[in-house]
Design a protein around this ligand. Structure first.
Ligand code: PG9
Length: 609
């Protein structure tokens, strides 16, 4: 199949040809054979009439359109700037998805480089590159790989066992560990609605499909499911392998460990630019985790990161000046596409530019500026503890109350879980779904609930810049034998914000996370909680770069459910929550302590003004 597209030519190639010259792209669709004979569907856009050989940019994907070149590269904002200067663009569906042959395995573990006669995503990438170099004319022998989410993880995996021609990668919103963070679990808490909908979408058919829900607002639908075991009995009937894997591997066992790139990637072998969003509703953890992990082994100075004010993959779009109600002050996607992503690949694949990349480029929210850092998170931040206090107060002074019994308390009832976002809770990927922006939603929607505890500072008298990892240290007890702890750090806007009236009093969540209590000592070997015993829970709320502005307040909220994105913790310990029965679900009284001995706080890395 041949289709011809045109793009304006500027930049490097424009220096040897007239400015108004166009590049013509020809599209070819081919089946590329892998070492075991399986053929993978591949879409190739080849620039025509270019004298100099050009590099190849590869994207691999399980999806029909995401990172698959359904829009020609010169019309796709994500890569358009690079298309204007002539790259060969290659998009490929992985094994078992869409028109590719073979068997799909969710996040197929990477083993093949250690075991011969085995295939995985790294060998498939290797074989694809080998084929492309031989069959696509006028390539310069250099390949780059990029992609977002699953395609981002695929780029990361290739970098561990790279073909010699693979010169640079950019894993974007890549999954780092599907048990510790990212799509399927966060700190061991199961991401119910996402795990349900995504595993069905990927495994019920080779192409795209979605679960036929009988209603629009899914809060009640997920509640009526009851215990998780009903999913297979009523709906999936053991036909969705990933759902069965959730049920069979409720702990961080070798199944999850071998899936995670933490277990097979260490020293970056080629230049790697991780890209992530602060409000990524799917893979917030992956880029931060993998950057930090690979940084420990970065002997070649190949490891870099870019963080922006985005939801999952928002930076592929045309005009990105807003997420939810939050205004970014400029088109952050265009900045990323032109000044970060393009500069990265132009240097490593075309030798263009000076190659001086800062370790981190991290957009600063609150001030709405791009910032660069020599180390990430910056080493010069001063860690300050923000303590919860009596009467809903919050301050940098430790509580002095001598009584161990000073605490705040709420009842968590699994029959009435706190919605993670305001209703209606639409199907995750549907036309009017607010899934993408839920992390920026105004948290006032739960303020009134008796099962949500809130603490707040007075208005700030100067700006407070927080850059780096936010970590909550929670001293808590429960009357149950298991509990979930959700912690949110919130920027509360002034009651009247004259600059942005729609933000008046807005409660913007800038960091948040859930932790399943049974895993407080080990993700591999969970333990019941002793009722009434005060224990410390350390919860990483991920990295931010945010200015809390003068006149704003800081707020911390805690609750014990986030439904249905997180399944309901029965609050009575059972070895496997996927086997819990209705009678295991019980209300529990949660206490959050705030006294001299048990001082609950959130650790903030504060920068000098
Ligand atoms: N976040 C998607 C994903 C889900 C589950 C596993 C891997 C990736 C994605 O957007 O690709």
């Amino acid at each position: 199949m041949l289709v011809i597209y045109c793009a304006m030519m500027i930049g490097v190639l424009a220096s040897c040809q007239p400015q108004s010259q166009t590049i013509t792209y020809v599209k070819e669709e081919v089946m590329i054979p892998m070492r075991d004979g399986v053929k993978l569907f591949t879409r190739i856009y080849i620039p025509q009439h270019i004298k100099e050989p050009v590099p190849i940019l590869l994207m691999r994907s399980p999806y029909s359109s995401w990172n698959m070149g359904t829009v020609p590269p010169d019309q796709d904002p994500y890569v358009r700037d690079m298309a204007k200067e002539g790259y060969i663009f290659v998009y490929q569906n992985i094994r078992g998805k869409q028109k590719s042959e073979g068997q799909f395995v969710m996040q197929r573990p990477v083993v093949a480089n250690h075991i011969t006669d085995t295939v995985d995503e790294s060998t498939d990438t290797y074989d694809t590159i080998e084929w492309l170099l031989k069959h696509v004319k006028n390539n310069n022998g250099k390949v780059g790989q990029l992609g977002i989410s699953y395609p981002g993880w695929l780029a990361l995996v290739s970098s561990g066992y790279p073909h010699p021609a693979l010169k640079a990668v950019s894993p974007q919103a890549e999954m780092g560990d599907l048990f510790l963070g990212d799509d399927f679990h966060h700190n061991g808490a199961f991401r119910f609605s996402y795990g349900f909908e995504y595993s069905f979408e990927e495994e019920a058919a080779r192409g795209d499909t979605s679960f036929p829900f009988p209603q629009y607002d899914l809060y009640d639908w997920y509640l009526q499911v009851g215990p998780l075991s009903n999913v297979d009995t009523r709906y999936f009937h053991h036909r969705i392998p990933t759902w069965d894997a959730f049920a069979q591997h409720p702990n961080y066992d070798s199944f999850w460990q071998h899936q995670s790139p933490l277990s097979y990637l260490d020293t970056p072998r080629i230049p790697t630019l991780h890209v992530g969003g602060y409000w990524d509703q799917e893979d917030i953890n992956g880029p931060q985790l993998m950057y930090a992990h690979m940084e420990k082994y970065d002997v070649h100075h190949f490891n870099f990161i870019c963080l922006g004010p985005w939801y999952h993959g928002q930076w592929v779009n045309e005009d990105v000046e807003q997420i939810g109600h939050y205004e970014m002050g400029s088109n952050t996607a265009a900045y990323f596409q032109q000044h970060i992503q393009k500069v990265w690949f132009d240097y490593w694949l075309k030798g263009k530019g000076d190659g001086h990349f800062p370790k981190a480029i991290a957009f600063q929210t609150g001030s709405n500026q791009w910032k660069t850092y020599d180390s990430w998170p910056p080493r010069n931040a001063i860690h300050r503890k923000l303590y919860i206090q009596a009467n809903g107060g919050l301050s940098f002074q430790p509580p002095t109350t001598a009584s161990d019994q000073a605490y705040d308390s709420y009842i968590s009832d699994p029959a009435k879980p706190v919605p993670y976002r305001s209703r209606p809770i639409e199907k995750t990927y549907s036309e009017f779904s607010r899934w993408r922006t839920w992390l920026t939603e105004d948290q006032r929607f739960v303020d009134h609930r008796p099962d949500v505890a809130t603490w707040e500072t007075p208005a700030l008298d100067s700006n407070l810049t927080v850059t780096g990892d936010i970590v909550a240290h929670l001293f808590a007890s429960t009357t149950g034998t298991d509990a979930d702890w959700v912690v949110k750090l919130i920027d509360v806007y002034p009651d009247i914000d004259s600059l942005h009236p729609q933000m008046s009093g807005y409660e913007l969540m800038v960091a948040s996370e859930v932790f399943r209590g049974r895993f407080r000592h080990s993700f591999t070997d969970p333990e019941p909680i002793t009722p009434g015993k005060v224990e410390e829970y350390v919860i990483d709320l991920h990295q931010i770069n945010h200015v809390f502005r003068k006149g704003h307040h800081l707020m911390v909220q805690m609750q014990s459910s986030w439904f249905p994105v997180i399944d309901r913790n029965p609050q009575r310990y059972v070895p496997n929550i996927f086997e819990a029965s209705e009678s295991d679900f019980q209300p529990a009284t949660q206490r959050i302590y705030r006294n001299a001995r048990y001082a609950t706080y959130v650790d903030l890395p504060v920068m000098k003004q």
